[in-house]
Design a protein around this ligand. Structure first.
Ligand SMILES: *Cc1c(COP(=O)(O)O)cnc(C)c1O
Length: 405
């Protein structure tokens, strides 16, 4: 009896969406920084972390900063984006992708997703660019977001942007470790950004990275990110800078995390495979596809639910998961639907086809942290299957039957 109670408690232990996953070696780097008293901003870990990231993704340079958001903000500053300018941005993303546009006083225009990648729709971008030319208001940049570890259709998007000579900033906060046609995600635009926030594939507890092949721009990024101090013996300033550099301690954590990036990608892909193998036979579930020619990091396993056929809504399914102490989430709410961006322009995929809105209506993210144990994952899978089963046993067999068991 006692034992049973104990195991019930165990069974209800919390399963997080994407928990930080330490390799065990981070402490050593932190200790080293303490022992050499290299606590203050910058230092050898920052320099090394930048070099290691640049080498890993194949760019000429990288600048370590305090967050992914700061990296996007710096990229916009480097492109001299200012009040009254227009910046295009994927609508299907986390708010941090677009907030820096507002910091600069520029106007965001949101671009819909397309079904193959769930990321920016080339045909929507094309319409938006064509119209902006006619209006004489070309965007100063396009922020392309690679969601849930999936690369966008970079060839198509680059072709369009190159045609109009508009630079791309790739928000690869969620796609570090992903490759598109053999090349690292985040390295296709003029600038790329990564995030090391606590929930990302590798973490420094908080941090980010700006990458580019434009070495002059990256030197300028270092200048702007450390209060824009002009070379002079006293404190001399001629432009507004930021305090955006990463600390030497956190860079040490980042270096150790980077060493296990490939393992983390494999672990997340394995987690996806298990979900897929156990759930894809439910015809009411449609997982985020993997874009052809890419190897994505599967940062979060996500699917859309056919609510009508399943007889259960996303809200109800999420409630079932919450009641089992499992953290699952709806997918990002499109930014053009956010009160914050009320009135902003938005271009849908087709004239009457709103892909991101459709994904938001029935999309779910499942616990996908690389530290997730197989027991925990089975608990999630069992909970989802039980949720369908509860609704209608016959229906459950029916939806199973469609794809065969
Ligand atoms: C996490 C995230 C960011 C912001 O990164 P921070 O390091 O948290 O500032 C930006 N864009 C996307 C898509 C993200 O998921």
């Amino acid at each position: 009896m006692l034992r049973r109670e104990g195991s019930d408690v165990m069974e209800k232990s919390r399963i997080g969406l994407s928990r930080p996953h330490m390799s065990g070696k981070e402490q050593q780097y932190i200790n080293d920084a303490f022992e050499t008293n290299w606590i203050a901003p910058l230092g050898p870990n920052v320099d090394a972390f930048e070099k290691e990231i640049a080498k890993k993704v194949g760019t000429k340079d990288a600048v370590a900063v305090s967050s992914g958001t700061a990296a996007i903000h710096l990229a916009l500053s480097l492109l001299n984006i200012t009040k009254g300018d227009t910046v295009f941005c994927s609508t299907f993303t986390f708010v941090a992708s677009a907030n820096p546009i507002v910091y600069q006083g520029a106007d965001p225009v949101f671009i819909d997703s397309e079904p193959d990648s769930w990321n920016m729709s080339p045909q929507a971008l094309k319409r938006a660019l064509q119209e902006s030319v006619l209006e004489g208001n070309l965007p100063k940049a396009v922020i392309v977001v690679n969601l849930y570890g999936q690369s966008s259709k970079m060839d198509e998007l680059l072709q369009l942007c190159n045609h109009y000579d508009v630079p791309i900033i790739e928000d690869a906060a969620e796609s570090l470790g992903t490759t598109y046609k053999g090349k690292a995600s985040g390295t296709f635009g003029k600038f790329g950004i990564y995030s090391f926030n606590g929930n990302k594939i590798i973490t420094t507890s908080g941090g980010g990275m700006l990458v580019s092949n434009d070495e002059k721009a990256m030197q300028r990024a270092r200048f702007l990110a450390s209060q824009a101090r002009d070379p002079a013996p006293h404190y001399e300033h001629s432009v507004t800078g930021y305090n955006y550099r990463l600390s030497n301690i956190l860079a040490g954590v980042g270096r150790t995390q980077l060493q296990v990036l490939d393992e983390r990608v494999s672990a997340r892909r394995r987690i996806y495979d298990i979900y897929y193998n156990r759930l894809a036979n439910l015809s009411v579930i449609e997982f985020m596809p993997e874009l052809e020619g890419t190897k994505m990091n599967r940062w979060l396993t996500t699917f859309i639910l056919n609510e009508e056929e399943a007889g259960i809504t996303v809200t109800e399914l999420l409630a079932e998961l919450y009641s089992e102490n499992i953290e699952a989430r709806p997918v990002w709410k499109p930014l053009h639907m956010q009160p914050l961006f009320k009135g902003a322009r938005y271009y849908s995929h087709g004239l009457n086809d709103h892909v991101a809105e459709r994904l938001f209506a029935t999309g779910i993210c499942l616990p996908s942290g690389s530290g997730l144990t197989s027991e925990e994952q089975l608990r999630v899978i069992r909970c989802i299957r039980d949720a369908f089963f509860k609704v209608d046993r016959n229906k459950y067999y029916l939806i199973l039957g469609k794809h065969g068991v």
